[in-house]
Design a protein around this ligand. Structure first.
Ligand code: PLP
Length: 392
């Protein structure tokens, strides 16, 4: 086990031991991330050895925080395919467009990666019950991984949560409190009760290990592309765990020597729904924190995150990567989902349909070039959102 300590994402001098259930940095109130002895981890696991293992999240065990990988709460997550999108690419005038299909994860979304690692760690560190506020897939995934771990789960979900997410949560035995409000209100509901009830709160970035699960997308992407990286990554951004997680993976791979020192890192692009775009607004304003949008709304439930706690971290990644941010209206993200479904046979979640809608805007703005290698993260399966797709 190569996990050494937890470090503030705001100030690398603020370090904490990683031997108990961890939450936010007590000094800054901002997220912590996990640090490893990468030199030793690199001796234990070469990139060739990783490539020779089965395509699974836990094949990266040496670079994950769980001390004993045989104790992993595992539903077969990770190892999703990276697929070329030739027909959609050519209809958009792009020659090298790809999608990483995270919809093929357990529970139909990439939330499985984060919850697999976070629930494994919470269980190993002695958590007795788990809780999360969720506008959709995070709740379903926690319910499934909680059931797998044998731990009770309490969720708080907005009343307009997609029916599939409520169904899966209840089916897996979670208790679901419906709240007339946004995920921020759900977070307050959990926050007000968690101490008395003994729930460990797995909210996005409020504990350090969901990001560790999500970072595996970055490692897999490099593996899929034979240890190269794309020019541009488009990411449908709510709380931003995958965005910051992949950036962490790229930095770790350079430190491990799995990628060359002078590798050109991808430009990271945040895509949000116009009805709830705090990160796009902050980027456009040149701010280094996000402010709360008024009346946050979008049918893409995973993007309905008005107060992302990782705002400063995400903005730093956008700046360091030379990336950008773009918002698209709901009609466009639904049209984007329909388009990739027809042209490529892949049923994206509406969150990822937003990426399809963003491409012509990014081309027009000169933020991407037609011949660049572009990867879209299809973060979930569209099958869980029947209410978003009136029969055409
Ligand atoms: C949660 C979710 C997102 C947003 O992910 P973050 O890591 O919170 O930014 C995007 N798409 C889908 C399908 C989701 O479930």
């Amino acid at each position: 086990m190569f996990l050494t300590h937890l470090e503030s994402t705001e100030d690398s001098a603020l370090c904490y031991p990683a031997d108990g259930l961890a939450t936010l940095c007590p000094k800054t109130g901002r997220p912590l991330f996990a640090r490893y002895d990468l030199e030793a981890a690199g001796r234990a696991l070469s990139r060739e050895a990783y490539a020779a293992r089965p395509r699974r999240l836990w094949s990266l065990a040496e670079l994950l925080p769980l001390a004993d990988p045989t104790q992993a709460v595992d539903l077969g997550e990770g190892g999703t395919p990276l697929l070329k999108l030739p027909r959609l690419g050519s209809s958009l005038g792009l020659t090298d467009l790809w999608a990483k299909d995270e919809g093929q994860n357990p529970t139909g979304s990439f939330k499985a990666r984060g919850m697999a690692v976070a629930v494994s760690m919470a269980k190993a560190l002695g958590a007795r019950a788990l809780a999360v506020p969720s506008a959709g897939n995070a709740g379903g995934a926690l319910a499934a991984y909680g059931a797998r771990a044998g731990l009770p789960v309490q969720l708080a979900m907005p009343t307009d949560v997609p029916a599939a997410n409520r169904l899966e949560a209840e089916l897996h035995g979670a208790r679901v409190e419906l709240i007339d409000g946004t995920i921020a209100d759900c977070g307050k509901w959990i926050g007000a009760r968690k101490e008395a009830e003994g729930w460990f709160d797995l909210s996005t970035l409020k504990e350090p290990y969901r990001v560790e699960g999500k970072k595996t997308m970055g490692y897999e992407l490099a593996l899929d592309l034979e240890w190269t990286l794309p020019d541009v990554i488009l990411y449908p951004t709510g709380g931003g765990t995958g965005l910051v997680g992949m950036w962490k993976a790229f930095e770790e791979m350079i430190a491990l020597g799995w990628l060359p020192e002078d590798v050109q890192l991808p430009r990271m692009v945040v895509v949000q729904a116009a009805g709830c775009a705090p990160m796009v607004d902050a980027w456009d304003a040149g701010a280094d924190v996000a402010s709360v949008p008024s009346d946050p709304h979008t049918v893409a439930s995973g993007l309905r995150v008005p107060t992302p706690i990782g705002d400063r971290w995400m903005l730093r990644v956008l700046r360091e990567s030379g990336g950008t941010a773009v918002a698209v209206p709901d009609e466009a993200l639904i049209a984007g989902t329909v388009r990739v479904s027809r042209e490529e046979g892949m049923f994206f979640a509406p969150e990822a349909g937003a990426l399809v809608a963003a491409l012509p805007i990014l081309l027009e703005r000169g933020d991407v070039r037609a011949d660049e290698r572009i990867v879209l993260f299809n973060t979930g399966t569209g099958l869980k959102y029947p209410e978003c797709f009136p029969l055409a």
